[in-house]
Design a protein around this ligand. Structure first.
Ligand code: ADP
Ligand code: ADP
Length: 226
């Protein structure tokens, strides 16, 4: 696990207004940070720069004390959970969770141990032989998280993971993600445009507007000082 330090991060696409403008945020080891703001404020761009899917125009990205500006995504050891889950439809739940371990060339016994442990944590043990198409949205979400967990990543990154779900399921998943994050104690950055998620999920909230950091505080501080 590792903290994430963003130091004066700038992202400039073309010659317009910067999508991310001099943003500095420290996410402590084990902390759950919510990045919130209206559509187009630069949340996804910032998240993509943490993961390494987007080049940084200026500033430093430091993960676990190490500058990662020039590191490829696979060398950053982070786990991103996407909105559309990116599950393999033709593979079982077991094989979807096992996928990153197979890619990494782990042994069958190590894979089995990790997949079973993750599926127990996520209460997926009874669904291991099913395919994603036969699962509910919440179950698919958990499979995507399972795949993130087994990699022993330094941090979890979520990009609006619940926005495709109905309100009831979204509430359940919020509780589940929050519980799981606490249990794993893993550094997490979670992007959302949903105020409820921002105020209920994380330890701290960073509010972005037009690429600029407006506030960075606990939900309680934001509630008392909006
Ligand atoms: P959010 O995730 O908050 O909706 P984004 O990070 O996707 O915001 O976008 C921030 C700004 O950067 C927007 O003005 C968007 O149009 C612009 N932008 C995002 N991606 C690109 C890109 N690949 N090329 C040019 N502009 C982009
Ligand atoms: P198919 O060839 O049957 O379409 P793929 O293996 O190409 O199957 O992709 C199936 C799904 O998995 C797609 O939704 C895709 O976005 C997702 N996917 C592809 N590559 C990866 C990857 N490296 N990690 C996670 N998901 C992926």
């Amino acid at each position: 696990m590792a903290g994430i330090e963003m130091k004066n991060i700038v992202k400039q696409y073309g010659d317009g207004f910067p999508a991310v403008n001099d943003v500095s945020i420290d996410v402590e080891d084990g902390e759950f940070l919510i990045l919130v703001g209206p559509s187009g404020c630069g949340k996804s761009t910032l998240l993509r720069m943490i993961v390494g899917l987007e080049d940084i125009t200026d500033g430093d990205m430091i993960i676990g004390g190490k500058k990662v500006n020039d590191l490829a995504p696979r060398d950053r050891n982070l786990s991103m959970v996407f909105q559309n889950y990116a599950l393999y439809p033709h593979l079982t739940v077991y094989e979807n969770i096992a996928f990153p371990l197979r890619l990494a060339g782990k042994s069958d016994s190590e894979i089995d141990e990790k997949v079973r442990e993750a599926s127990k944590t996520l209460e997926l043990d009874e669904h291991l032989d099913r395919k994603p198409g036969n699962l509910s949205g919440g179950q698919r979400q958990r499979v995507a998280m399972g795949r993130a967990i087994v990699r022993d990543a330094e941090a979890f990154l979520f990009d609006e993971p619940l926005s495709n779900l109905d309100a009831k399921l979204r509430g359940q998943m919020r509780t589940e993600i929050s519980r799981l994050q606490k249990r794993l104690g893993i550094t997490t950055v979670y992007v959302t445009h949903d105020q409820t998620e921002a105020m209920t999920l994380g330890d701290r909230v960073a509010v972005l507007k037009r690429g600029v950091l407006q506030q960075h505080a606990t939900p309680r501080e934001l509630y008392e000082n909006p």
